[in-house]
Design a protein around this ligand. Structure first.
Ligand SMILES: NC(=O)c1ccc[n+]([C@@H]2O[C@H](COP(=O)([O-])OP(=O)(O)OC[C@H]3O[C@@H](n4cnc5c(N)ncnc54)[C@H](O)[C@@H]3O)[C@@H](O)[C@H]2O)c1
Length: 341
């Protein structure tokens, strides 16, 4: 397939769920190669959104029901930004209309649900699906991935930290039938980033618990072992202080050197690295995306892949894997044992 040029028709999007999804809608309303056609939310008032004028300001039509939006609008792709338990019928409707899907993390509530969702997606084998693991699309993370394939050599030992502020999570996150905890719902970003950098994980050990009286674990210290022999320790959960703006940090010791990613607002923007024999470190920085634009690079990749006819990444396998690790962390916390993934 030839590479599309600027005159090729844009990818027509609908966005379902206007909590975090409102950020996607805003990004898509100006993203080259994309056109925001419609948005949907069952209860926009609860999100503080006056639906019709809000949608019109983005050049889109407003719907309440996402299924109706899929049935009535001419779309190529849909952003599914509703909590994981509410997606089955949306994915089914999208598949039946031949739409591509940009799917919010987490992929599923738990392993059984991940299997159900996998079987559902399997009914639509040609359907392009991308998980919104937006951290791996940040330029600093992409550059680190490149360095691991180049002068730094493979990652051996990692220390990583990404902990949300304590009062940042919607209440459904703590419901075992909807979000199933902050590790599944948010630390999954770090789990995916580690898999992107280190490959296939094979075993988990974990300590932590519910320190602030949350219904499920709200702070975890996790050790992950990878098929390559690499090891990672990470802290996750929701114990942070708002004023520190969710600092993000990841140190990796590699075959030929060392690198450190840092940032804030739940994103990585700065990278320092050196090979074992270099006299001075390299320092590279990228401006962090603006408020609500954390997924802009991921969406740009999705649009570019659809226009080029290639598979967007990460696909749903990465989503299934992150759920599997999150559930293994829970099992390791409960049993105190090492849990195979
Ligand atoms: N990638 C990220 O960094 C990031 C950040 C925040 C949230 N998220 C993910 O986005 C998803 C949504 O989270 P949220 O915080 O926006 O939740 P939310 O509860 O604030 O919003 C979800 C919205 O979806 C709507 N909805 C549900 N079913 C619908 C349907 N069939 N049709 C139309 N609207 C429907 C609800 O009315 C609600 O307004 C979650 O999976 C969450 O993990 C990702």
């Amino acid at each position: 397939m030839s590479t599309p040029g600027p005159t090729d028709p844009p990818i027509r999007f609908g966005v379902i769920g206007l909590g975090f999804g409102r950020c996607h809608a805003k990004v898509l309303s100006t993203l080259p190669g994309a056109r925001l056609v419609a948005v949907a939310d069952l209860d926009p008032e609860a999100q503080g959104i006056d639906l019709e004028p809000w949608a019109a300001r983005l050049g889109a039509r407003g719907h309440r029901d996402g299924l109706r939006m899929i049935a009535e609008e001419e779309l190529d792709a849909v952003v599914v930004a509703v909590p994981p338990a509410a997606r089955r019928r949306i994915v089914e409707a999208a598949g039946e209309r031949g739409l591509a899907v940009f799917l919010e993390k987490p992929f599923a509530v738990d392993d059984a649900h991940a299997e159900e969702m996998t079987a559902l997606f399997d009914r639509f084998p040609g359907m392009p699906v991308m998980m919104d693991f937006c951290l791996r699309h940040l330029p600093a993370v992409r550059r680190l991935r490149e360095l691991l394939d180049g002068p730094l050599g493979e990652g051996l030992v990692v220390n990583a930290d990404l902990v949300l502020p304590r009062d940042d999570s919607p209440s459904w996150v703590w419901d075992t039938a909807v979000g199933n905890g902050i590790v599944n719902e948010n630390t999954c970003h770090l789990l995916d980033t580690l898999c992107c950098l280190l490959g296939e994980p094979v075993a988990v050990q974990a300590a932590g618990g519910s320190f602030l009286g949350s219904p499920l674990e709200d702070g975890v210290a996790v050790t992950l072992r990878f098929a390559s022999g690499a090891a990672a320790v990470l802290t996750g959960g929701a114990l942070g202080a708002q004023a520190l703006r969710t600092p993000a940090a990841l140190s990796v010791y590699t075959r030929h050197g060392q690198a450190r990613l840092t940032g804030h607002d739940h994103m990585f923007g700065d990278l320092e690295w050196a090979t074992a024999d270099s006299a001075d470190p390299e320092r590279e920085s990228w401006p962090l995306p603006g408020r609500g634009e954390i997924s802009a690079a991921a969406l740009a990749h999705f649009v570019a892949a659809l226009r080029a006819g290639t598979a967007p990444a990460p696909g749903r396998d990465a989503g299934v894997l992150a759920v599997r690790i999150a559930m293994a962390v829970r099992a390791a916390l409960t049993s105190g044992a090492t849990v195979k993934i």
